[in-house]
Design a protein around this ligand. Sequence first.
Ligand code: NAD
Length: 517
Amino acid sequence: MTATLPVTPAVDRDGRPHYRMFIDGEWVDSATSIPVINPATEEVVVTVATADTGHVDAAVAAAKRVHESGVWRNTPQSERAAVIDRVIASLAARMDELAVLSARETGMPVRVAGAIGVGFPIVHLGHYAELARTYEFERSGPVTGQVLSASFIRKEPVGVCAGIVPWNFPALIAVWKSIPALAAGNTVVLKTDEKTPIFALELGAILRDAGLPDGAYNVVVGDGPTIGGHLVKHPDVRLVSFTGSTATGRQVMADASATVKRVVLELGGKGPNIVLDDADLDAAVDGSIYAFLLHAGQACESGTRLLLPASIHDEFVARLVERLKTLRIGSPLDPATDIGAVMSKTQHERILGYIEKGKAEGATLVHGGGVPTGEGFDKGFWVVPTVFTGVTNDMTIAREEIFGPVLSVLKYDTVEEAIAIANDTEYGLSAAVWSRDNQRALEVARQIEAGSVWVNDFHNISQYLPFGGYKQSGTGRELGPDALGEFTQDKGITVDLSGDVSRRAYGLVLGTPPSAE
Ligand code: NAD
């Protein structure tokens, strides 16, 4: 095993911590770098080297060399699992430090960063380690036909896998993109978002210390169209696993088509959150807030369309607004903070633009709708949790993914109408149903066109269940029992055991063999 690499491997000219990229087991600097900005304070957290296309080529070449050498794909399953076990131990030992780094980098409350920025990755790594140990990469096929043969079905690694990671949950998604690919014997090149590169780079050092061969995991940092685009189009990349917006997903799919790559797309959502008239209101109110406000609404699976029956609509909204007033918006580093900052100036302007659109299209603003004022809010990107009622499903705030703390409340009369509204969207990532009657909720859940549906819960992404989108929310699945399967290709091998040439189909071409005359 290699010696522990320094976590922050250099200090730049201004005395600020500076990350280099991780390529072929080495820290690689470049002529260009950008600051990683704390969304709550606008301070520079670190600077990071950014790639040109040459760095992408070097990373892909390293990953290809390792794949072709067989050094990783031929490593026994138990040893691949042991590498993941050691990653878990390293992360667990550094949980607090990584949670604070994540909160500073993303603006999410440190409580959320601890749970989802480090805790979830550890739990999901445990699942991948278990799969690495137990996954059936080869099994016997059927014996068929008149000719005696043995057959095998193999699930083989595809080769160099590209992972493209967005900024919202950069640690968790870096794990989803890289660890199942590695567990299945592939090699990986990740492109992180420039705003949130820290965890993916740290993971390079952690994986190397855990015994992964140099070049099996590489990280480049750079912009989407140039650096991401170059990686997607690269002829030596065999699979692209992308998480991001649906618009970019379409571009990735198009770019991957020239070299007929496998594509896994985890895209946007506009999750319907359906409260039935017999729901436990206390639970449903809290659950509906959790659904739209986790990480200030910057989660793809958020429940951003709240569907309420007319019979309880007014009472529900009143309770929801009262509950929202008890939440604390503020410094992500304060453990008492419930809601942190939004990611960037661009994101801030986008969210405020949607709020204006909601007002202009005739929805009623019942809470929030702007920027908080006072101490702590003079810098950074903040939006008060915002609730619109009187929303109809044709309004922009019901159709487009806002990716911010904005809830659209829609009223319905019958359950059939609620299901129709829920499904009237180009998206299909997530949904929830709230009811005291599990059977009734389940009947609704079965009719929702979405990859994940929760009954009396939200955001409960389990490592044991597949996660991904229907319709334009994506293609392919992460997590679940077949999480490694996405990163394999099937091969059938047949061994002729008959030894009897005369009985074979060769006669179709060769005519009747002399021995059979
Ligand atoms: P984005 O699509 O702008 O960017 C995502 C990543 O793709 C970034 O790393 C970006 O640099 C890169 N990229 C941009 N253009 C590219 C191109 N032409 N080729 C290759 N790469 C390119 O998304 P975002 O704003 O960073 O993230 C928010 C979006 O991600 C939301 O729509 C959200 O719903 C979605 N998301 C989905 C899931 C899921 O599992 N379904 C999870 C998290 C986020």
